[in-house]
Design a protein around this ligand. Structure first.
Ligand code: BES
Ligand code: ZN
Length: 889
């Protein structure tokens, strides 16, 4: 095991300001990986070259859990006096020549690698994960992204157990060894940072296809999966080809390789990884068949496949100088996959879903103890910074640049970025500079978005002067200090302040429902600014932040008649949805303040607005996918943040009750309309995860959920019929999800039947765990504990942990935040047990405590006890120590 800090020491922080270029470059890496019984041997030959600008006598290499066998320099074995070895580094003592070849031989144990970082064993073979710092768990190396080298990799293993031997780039030689062994040699023509290295030795089936690039090159595309699952790979392959085409058309970016491979593995910490030419994916984002995967799964596959493919340019060809620049590749690539999603599916619905994700995931982060800007100034454990902020807010920051400079200038900026930086490891500043230089728009003030934590509040006040036909809009921005500024202050680092440059896309909707002006992007650069619109014929209703033009919290008092006007007439579909969400949120906050009881806080305007959506959908006046989104009330976590933003204590029971009351009230008030719409949306043809079908199913299942809310017994026959004969996982899973919330004997019957049918399909079993973990029924916490002992659950499998434990903690607020502390105790038990095996996954579970201080004293006491119990574990992993340390600070 690597050296772990004792629990008394706070994990040591690393600072952006301390960045220094490497003392040594590595031009080429020649790896030989020999997979043997119970261990593997790795020989690495590094062509090292002195960086004159950063002279240093010694060469320091990173290493983690490597058993060094020998080390030689230019062919001469080094005596132990020439190097020093500790738990994290191998130092070759100088003086050293300006260029030399360093060869190391190490042993590693893939079978015992439960962290799933480095080279690890899974059911079908050996796989790697090197981002961010996994390469050092394979061999000694300057494991930092600004050291870019050309790699060759020879993998040798038993041919029967590991028929497929893969690495980055092109296959250049293969051969047979003795005793049934074989080898394959791969060469990657592009220099890359070590985090993009990958290799696989496994027994897998492969789906092959090809893609002809716009310059006419034919590329081999391959998807490798567990034997027997080729029937579940077609969608991922199609997604890959769609992504290739889209990047050529939208950004002029063509694939630079002859082979592009995707490998699926069932044990994977993250969603997927963009290793050059050899992406490694969680099976969740590859495998899909209509009876095993939902529409949402299919769409997620599109997005993740595209995301990893897009990294080939934004991340791989141009990479990050250091890990503080993570948003350079992740924010930009999420922006690109969001754009792809909008082009492939409904634009408005995609935007709605992305913004909902930002609010549910990123806003709480920005308000909690781990708050940080998209480019943090410090971190203790980089794995803790693959966050909603770096990813989702990072993508919104890129989107704001596009909004400010326009789409064509944004494309010109991208072109310039590649022209300047192709083949280099660069910074976020380099990206913004390219955008500024290409567009001629000054982005100096805009750069503050990179160094400021927290969600800005945007206060708006409008005034219409009928005599002058002038509408005036006053915008005020505020950004309260977050936990991040406090952490910086402790480290003696001054934090940035001053107003942000916020693009506010505005529309003015006239009483007759038409737009008085085309959508106008206002640049708010001062704390308070007033903008005027002239020649406005009548008192308009302002539609602010169209398309959600900036990641801010809008504070704009609009009347109960204005929001329905926007819902009905706003030419911006996102804001039609948003108006409904604001109307519902306002009502729910009143209901929450009333303890969540009764219905007198529900305004008739809200019921009428929902009735109108249902009627419009029935008359086919609106997109069913949009209607489905419009009928979803703000999630409990988002409401909790609204309560916290008002400076009030979060009462998760009141939030749950209020939301349930409103759902039930809508369901009973609109029962007949939901019923009619449900009937009208019956499937008309065979299932396909595309086009209008997805929206129809989403809306029909939303209706079914409301019908069950109004009258369980009446809905039960439909639910059971859909569960038993649904024919596709979207409908079957939706029925099961509704049943899992009903206290009826049919619930258990359905759950048992589902498990009996699907116990051999790991991803479907995860759905079975998930619906139980997120059930609102009493006793859920005890059932989650029982499921942790079920043969279907393995704490070593990240997908199992995410489906059961993380879903319980993050998506079942009422039970996780139970007043008796039982939810917190469960989470702490899991974190304590898991942190020794898989600190990355344990840390993600620990993050679910983030908002503990927003609750009442009783809950806080339970949460504190749980956090302190985690903190006091001997040898606590750094990942968890940072998260828990910040939570308790
Ligand atoms: N580079 C990441 C994967 C990664 C993250 C590896 C952290 C190691 C540590 C990859 O490009 C990524 O961002 N994947 C996302 C999915 C994506 C669609 C946002 C993921 O894995 O969740
Ligand atoms: Zn990514």
């Amino acid at each position: 095991m690597s050296a772990k800090p004792a629990h008394t020491e706070a994990p040591k922080a690393i600072y952006l300001k301390d960045y220094a270029p490497p003392a040594w470059w590595v031009d080429t890496v020649d790896l030989h990986v020999t997979i043997l019984d119970g261990y593997a041997e790795v020989t690495a030959t590094l062509a090292c070259r002195r960086n004159e600008a950063q002279r240093q006598d010694d060469l320091v290499l990173n290493g983690d859990e490597l058993a060094l066998q020998k080390v030689s320099l230019d062919g001469t074995l080094l005596p132990s006096s020439r190097y020093a070895l500790d738990a994290e580094t191998l130092t070759i003592r100088g003086p050293l020549p300006d260029r030399f070849a360093l060869e190391t031989l190490v042993r590693i144990e893939p079978d015992r690698n439960t962290q799933l970082s480095g080279l690890y064993k899974s059911a079908d073979g050996c796989f790697t994960q090197c981002e961010a710092q996994g390469f050092r768990r394979i061999t000694f190396f300057p494991d930092r992204p600004d050291v870019m080298a050309r790699y060759t990799c020879t993998v040798e293993a038993d041919a029967a157990r590991f028929p497929q031997l893969l690495s980055n780039g092109n296959l250049v030689a293969t051969g047979q060894g003795e005793a049934g062994r074989h080898w394959a040699k791969w060469q990657d023509p592009f220099a890359k940072p070590s985090y993009l290295f990958a290799m696989v030795a496994a027994k897998l089936d492969v789906l092959e296809d090809s893609f002809v690039t716009r310059s006419g090159r034919k590329v081999r595309c391959a998807v490798y999966v567990e034997p027997g699952r080729l029937d579940q790979c077609g969608h991922a392959m199609a997604a890959l080809k769609k992504a290739m085409k889209w990047d050529e058309e939208r950004f002029g970016l063509e694939l630079d390789l002859d082979t592009y491979m995707i490998v699926a593995v069932g044990d994977f910490n993250m969603g997927a990884m963009e290793n050059k030419g050899l992406n490694i994916f969680n099976t969740k984002y590859v495998l899909a068949r209509p009876d095993t995967a939902t529409d949402a799964d299919y769409q997620a596959i599109d997005r993740v496949v595209a995301h990893e493919y897009f990294h080939n340019w934004t991340g791989n060809r141009v990479t990050c100088r250091d890990w503080f620049q993570l948003s350079l590749k992740e924010g930009l690539t999420v922006y690109r996959d969001e754009q792809f999603g909008e082009d492939m599916h409904s634009r408005a619905v995609t935007r709605i879903q992305d913004v909902r994700g930002l609010r549910a995931g990123q806003f709480p982060e920005d308000a909690g103890p781990m708050a940080h800007p998209i480019r943090p100034a410090s971190y203790a454990e980089i794995n803790n910074f693959y966050t909603a902020t770096v990813y989702q807010k990072g993508a919104q920051v890129i989107r704001m640049i596009e909004t400010l400079i326009g789409r064509d200038m944004f494309r010109a900026g991208m072109d310039l970025y590649f022209a300047r930086h192709d083949g280099h490891a660069v910074t976020c500043e380099d990206f913004v500079q390219a955008m500024q230089d290409a567009s001629g728009v000054d982005l100096t003030q805009f750069r503050r978005w990179y160094s400021r934590a927290g969600t800005p509040r945007l206060k708006a006040a409008g005034h219409y002067d009928a005599a002058a036909k002038r509408y005036s809009l006053t915008l005020t921005q505020t950004l309260a200090p977050t936990a991040y500024e406090a952490r910086l202050a402790e480290a003696g680092i001054a934090s940035d302040n001053g107003p942000l440059h916020i693009p506010v896309a505005v529309g003015l909707v006239l009483p007759n429902g038409t737009d008085a002006v085309p959508t106008t992007v206002l640049s708010l650069t001062e704390t308070t600014q007033t903008f005027h619109f002239d020649d406005i014929a009548g008192a308009p209703v302002a539609s602010l932040l169209r398309g959600y033009s900036a990641p801010v919290q809008l504070d704009f008092q609009q009347g109960d008649d204005e929001l329905p006007h926007l819902m009905a007439h706003d030419s911006d579909a996102f804001n039609r949805w948003e108006a409904g969400q604001r109307l519902a949120t306002r009502a729910l906050l009143a209901g929450i303040a009333a303890g969540g009881n009764g219905v007198d806080w529900i305004p008739p305007a809200l019921v009428a607005a929902c009735a109108r959506i249902v009627a419009d959908a029935s008359a086919q006046r609106i997109d069913p996918a949009f209607a489905a989104e419009a009928l979803v009330l703000p999630p409990e976590q988002v409401l909790a943040e609204e309560v916290a933003a008002q400076g009030k204590t979060i009462d998760p029971d009141a939030i749950h009750r209020a939301r349930q009351q409103l759902r039930r009230h809508l369901a009973t008030s609109l029962f007949a309309a939901f019923d009619t719409l449900w009937q009208a949306l019956a499937p008309t043809g065979p299932y396909a995860p595309e086009g209008g079908q997805i929206g129809r199913r989403a809306l029909r299942n939303a209706c079914l959920a409301y019908l069950a809310e109004a009258d369980e017994q009446a809905a039960l026959p439909r639910l059971m019929k859909q569960f038993e004969q649904g024919g596709n996982m979207t409908d079957v899973g939706a029925a099961l999800g509704i049943l899992a919330n009903l206290d009826l004997p049919e619930r258990q019957t359905a759950l048992d039947a589902f498990y009996a049918k699907w116990q051999g399909e790991a991803l479907v079993v995860d759905k079975w765990l998930n619906v139980q973990a997120t059930s609102r029924l009493d006793g859920t916490t005890a059932r989650v504990r029982a499921l942790m002992q079920h043969p279907a659950f393995d704490l070593r499998n990240p997908n199992n942990v995410y489906a059961l434990v993380r879903a319980f903690c993050a998506a079942n607020p009422r039970h996780f935040h139970a007043a008796d502390g039982s939810g917190y105790a469960l989470a702490a038990d899991v974190v304590v047990e898991l942190q020794a095996n898989n600190p990355q996954v344990a840390s993600r579970i620990a993050r679910t405590f983030d908002r503990w201080r927003q609750f009442d004293a009783g809950r806080q006491a339970h949460a504190r006890a749980a956090l302190e119990r985690i903190r006091d574990q001997p040898g606590l992993a750094r990942d968890v120590a940072e998260v828990v340390g910040n939570a308790l600070r």
